[in-house]
Design a protein around this ligand. Structure first.
Ligand code: NAD
Length: 497
């Protein structure tokens, strides 16, 4: 059993609160590690290290900060198999999927390598006689990052590379369910040349999070997790005067029009609904089938769903691994009989699956539920597991209205061959990220990621240009180098001439 440590001011540190959580291998059900749950005073120590290091990191040259990011990119790339193994051991996702999240995280490191270009200010010369104006962006200070279990590498990498490259220092509170990959990424950042105190990791639960939200020396908070906690983080950090972006949960709809290629649509639905056991904020959890293709599409999805190989993430034959905990697995599975009771048709029932040799693992098979309506729990809740609901709609208008009534608006997708319909959808749908024949439209690093409605609280999306704006604040400098003839008292409001 391993003992996981905090990482504060460039050094590992044992927990001193006397509280800890258990880390489990979801494929076997065995407890493999103990993670300390920080007290408020341990969080204070990390914040104080970050605040002290901001004094030099906030003014470190762009050349220095960029060099560190280039080193970091090489190191993460060299260690990606090791990090993927840590992810699989504590999260459960299959190795190839773990490598995929590292690759998407690396995109943000690459964005951060180009920070000099992104931080270039704007200058206007001679806005008035002998007066120039310059707009610059400066780091905000100490940033706290609070991350979910489902992407222990990618989501932290959405945050700290951009924050650090902009000159901020960082305190990261990873998910206590699978903290080892996140900790390893931070150790590598230190190895790449990020100085002591510039990036710190404190493990913990609500006690640690609430201290970060209230501490006067934290200037900004980036959060990714479930909607209720995102709202809590947004409101609490905001009440304490901090800049905050809080990304929440989702229920992503994939709209299939009758003219779509149904084989491609079925492939996409299966990949996006069941990949990572449905534990993705961009997973497709609802397919909206527009008449008359519903029966044919459901048949194609069912055929593919039944053929999936489910097993431990470190077995190359497995396409889908276990869920994160036994409680979560049981909660996910409970939606299937409930959907049946509420009038839906369970086409594929994956509940009760036992994987031979891994009887203690937190596995469930994949489920497909047809004839779902908005009043059913299987539609109304974010299940966060491999349960795909199919809703039938008579036409595009009815399908769009359904999607737009959802309380969430993270990602959505349309499958069609009709360019005009796709264009209408991308303009009319109320969601932050839209895919046209792309089921999981996670934007590339140089665009930005974020949802609408209950999927994001705050004004800024994460990474891309929005990330740079979130982690910096503007300053505008107006300069005059006067001639001897300038001067004289004028009590009027300064005007330009
Ligand atoms: P979660 O909200 O339970 O936990 C997220 C973080 O908040 C963790 O670090 C956790 O320790 C902390 N936390 C948990 N309870 C808390 C409390 N009461 N007070 C303060 N902090 C608390 O989320 P999760 O289960 O780890 O992750 C899954 C959720 O995250 C899903 O809802 C998923 O949709 C969402 N998610 C969203 C995005 C996005 O980009 N919008 C990305 C990934 C995951």
């Amino acid at each position: 059993m391993k003992t996981i440590q905090h990482f504060i001011d460039g050094k590992h540190a044992d927990g001193t609160s006397g509280r800890h959580g258990e880390v489990t291998n979801p494929a076997t059900g065995e407890v493999t590690g103990q993670v300390p749950l920080a007290s408020a005073s341990e969080v204070d120590t990390a914040i104080s290290a970050a605040a002290k290091s901001f004094e030099f990191w906030g003014t470190a040259s762009l050349a220095k900060r960029t060099q560190v990011m280039f080193n970091y990119r090489e190191l993460v790339n060299a260690h990606r198999d090791e990090i993927a193994e840590l992810i699989t051991a504590e999260h459960g996702k299959v190795h190839s999927d773990a490598l995929g999240e590292i690759a998407r995280g690396l995109e943000i490191v690459e964005l951060a390598c180009g920070i000099p270009q992104l931080l270039k200010g704007e200058t206007s010369t001679q806005v008035s006689t002998r007066v120039d104006v310059e707009s610059i962006r400066q780091p905000v200070g100490v940033v706290a990052g609070i991350t979910p279990f489902n992407f222990p590498a990618m989501v932290p990498m959405w945050m700290f590379p951009v924050a650090l490259a902009c000159g901020n220092t960082f305190v990261l509170k990873p998910s206590e369910k699978d903290p080892s990959a996140t900790l390893r990424l931070v150790e590598l950042a230190h190895e790449a040349g990020v100085p002591d105190g510039v990036i710190n990791v404190v493990h913990g639960d609500k006690t640690a999070v609430d201290r970060l939200l209230e501490h006067p020396d934290v200037d900004a908070v980036s959060f990714v997790g479930s909607t209720p906690i995102a709202k809590h983080v947004h409101d609490t950090a905001g009440a304490h005067g901090k800049r905050v972006q809080a990304l929440g949960g989702a229920k992503n709809h994939m709209l299939v029009l009758p003219d779509a290629d149904l084989d491609q649509a079925a492939d996409a639905a299966v990949s996006a609904a069941y990949g990572s056991a449905g534990e993705r904020c961009m997973a497709v959890s609802v397919v909206v089938a527009v008449d008359p293709i519903g029966d044919e599409l459901v048949g194609k999805i069912a055929e593919r769903a039944r053929a999936l190989t489910i097993g431990p993430g470190d077995d190359p034959a497995s396409e889908m691994g276990p869920l994160i905990t036994a409680e979560h697995r049981d909660k996910v599975a409970s939606y299937v009989p409930r959907a049946r009771e509420q009038g839906a048709e369970v086409v594929v029932d994956g509940t009760g699956l036992v994987v031979e040799g891994h009887e203690g693992g937190f596995f469930t098979g994949v489920s497909l539920v047809d004839g779902v309506t908005p009043g059913m729990d299987v539609y109304a809740d974010e299940i966060f597991g491999p349960v795909l609901a199919v809703v039938r709609a008579e036409n595009y208008q009815e399908a769009l209205a359904l999607i737009n009534r959802s309380r969430w608006g993270n990602g959505t997708a349309i499958f069609t061959r009709d360019g005009g319909a796709a264009r209408r959808f991308q303009l009319e749908v109320r969601a932050g990220m839209v895919g046209v024949n792309v089921p999981i439209p996670v934007p590339v690093g140089y665009h930005s990621f974020g949802g609408w409605k209950d999927s994001l609280f705050g004004d800024h999306h994460i990474y891309g240009n929005d990330g740079v704006r979130f982690y910096t604040r503007g300053k505008v400098i107006t300069t005059r180098w006067p001639d001897p003839s300038d001067g004289g008292i004028d009590l009027g409001f300064p005007s330009n001439s």
